[in-house]
Design a protein around this ligand. Structure first.
Ligand SMILES: C[S@@+](CC[C@H](N)C(=O)[O-])C[C@H]1O[C@@H](n2cnc3c(N)ncnc32)[C@H](O)[C@@H]1O
Length: 301
C-alpha cells in the first residue's frame, strides 16, 4: 500500500498518538496522481535544486528526490520530521531541516537559504525551484518572500488555496486583483495548472485548492529597477484598491510627498483624479512607482 493513502496516514498517526495539526495546515495529498501532476508541472530534471516547504510524511519529497539534483525540505512538526526521516534516509542529496521555514512573515529562516545556496554551489548550472504542497497559512509569505531572496527561483509550483491562486493570476478591474497579483506578474508568468476539491486531501480542508505554476521571467524582473521599493509601494496603495488612486498615493506618501507633488505625478502620467488603484496594470504601476521613487527615494512602508 502506498504510504500516503488515507488509511496509511490514519494508522500512522494513530500509532504515533497524534492527529493532524490544523494550525500547521496539515492536509496531506492522498490522490497520488496529483503528486505526479505537481512534479510534471515543475518539469524536474537532474539540474534542479528543489526547495520543499512542508515535508509532511515525505511522499512528495521522495518522488522529487528521484528526479532532482538535490532537495531541501523543511518541516516544522517533530513527529512528521521523524516519520519522513525514516523514508528519506537513503537519499543523501536530500537535506532535511526541522525548523519553521519562516523567521517572520517577511523573511525565510536564514538556514533555509543557506542550505539552498550550498546545494546550488555543489551543482554548477543548476536551477532553483520551489515545489511544495504548501501549508495554507504561510503560502503567501513563502511565495512572495522567495522573490526577494538571495536565490531567486526559476520556477515555483505549489498547491495552495484556490482563492490565493485566483489572486495571483487576477487582472486589473477584477475582484481578485491586488498587490499580490502585481508582485507576481511584474516578474513572472503565472498560471493555474489544476483545481482540486477538498476530497483529494486527508483531512479535508474547508476550501478548494489549486496547483499554481509561477515561472520567473528575467526580462520582466529586470524591468523593475528597485524591487523592494516597488513591492512596498504597491502594497501601500493597494490597501484600499477600490479607492481613488490619488487618495491612496497621498496617504501612502504622507510626510514624503505633498498633495501638489502627487497631482503633478498623476498629471505626468495622464491619470485622472478619478482613476482607481484597481485599474492600473503592471506597466502603469511601474511607471508610477519610478516617478514617486525619483521624488521620494528614501520612502519605506
Ligand atoms: C499541506 S501539508 C503537506 C505535506 C506533504 N508535503 C504532502 O504533500 O502531503 C503542509 C506541511 O507543512 C508543514 N508546515 C506547516 N507550517 C510550516 C512552517 N512554517 N515551516 C515548515 N513546515 C511547515 C506541516 O507540518 C505539514 O507537514
Amino acid at each position: 500500500m502506498s504510504r500516503q493513502t488515507k488509511t496509511f496516514l490514519m494508522n500512522r498517526f494513530r500509532e504515533m498518538g497524534i492527529s493532524p495539526a490544523t494550525r500547521h495546515g496539515q492536509n496531506f495529498l492522498i490522490d497520488l496522481n496529483l503528486h505526479r501532476v505537481i512534479i510534471d508541472a515543475a518539469d524536474l530534471t537532474n539540474q534542479d535544486v528543489v526547495l520543499e516547504v512542508g515535508t509532511g510524511t515525505g511522499a512528495l519529497t521522495t518522488l522529487m528526490a528521484e528526479k532532482a539534483a538535490a532537495v531541501i525540505t523543511v518541516e516544522i512538526d517533530g513527529h512528521l520530521f521523524e516519520l519522513a526521516s525514516e523514508h528519506l534516509i537513503d537519499y543523501p542529496h536530500v537535506t532535511m531541516l526541522h525548523i519553521d521555514a519562516l523567521k517572520n512573515k517577511n523573511h525565510f529562516d536564514s538556514r533555509v537559504m543557506e542550505a539552498v545556496g550550498e546545494r546550488l554551489a555543489e551543482a554548477p548550472d543548476s536551477r532553483f525551484k520551489l515545489v511544495a504542497n504548501l501549508p495554507y497559512n504561510i503560502a503567501t509569505p513563502v511565495l512572495s518572500n522567495l522573490l526577494l531572496c538571495e536565490h531567486v527561483p526559476h520556477t515555483m509550483v505549489a498547491t495552495i488555496q484556490k482563492e490565493l491562486g485566483d489572486r495571483i493570476v487576477a487582472q486589473p478591474w477584477s475582484r481578485d486583483y491586488g498587490a499580490l497579483s502585481v508582485w507576481m506578474q511584474c516578474q513572472a508568468d503565472a498560471e493555474i495548472v489544476r483545481l482540486m476539491p477538498p476530497t483529494v486531501f486527508w483531512p479535508m480542508p474547508k476550501v478548494d485548492s489549486a496547483i499554481v505554476r509561477i515561472v520567473v521571467d528575467p526580462v520582466k524582473r529586470n524591468s523593475v529597477p528597485d524591487l523592494r521599493f516597488f513591492h512596498q509601494f504597491v502594497k501601500a496603495i493597494f490597501i484600499h484598491r477600490r479607492k481613488f488612486l490619488r487618495a491612496n498615493v497621498v496617504a501612502a506618501l504622507k510626510h514624503h510627498l505633498s498633495k501638489t507633488e502627487v497631482d503633478e505625478i498623476l498629471a505626468e502620467m495622464q491619470l485622472s483624479e478619478e482613476a482607481r488603484t484597481e485599474q492600473l496594470d503592471v506597466p502603469t504601476l511601474l511607471k508610477l512607482t519610478e516617478l514617486v521613487r525619483a521624488r521620494a527615494p528614501g520612502w519605506t512602508l
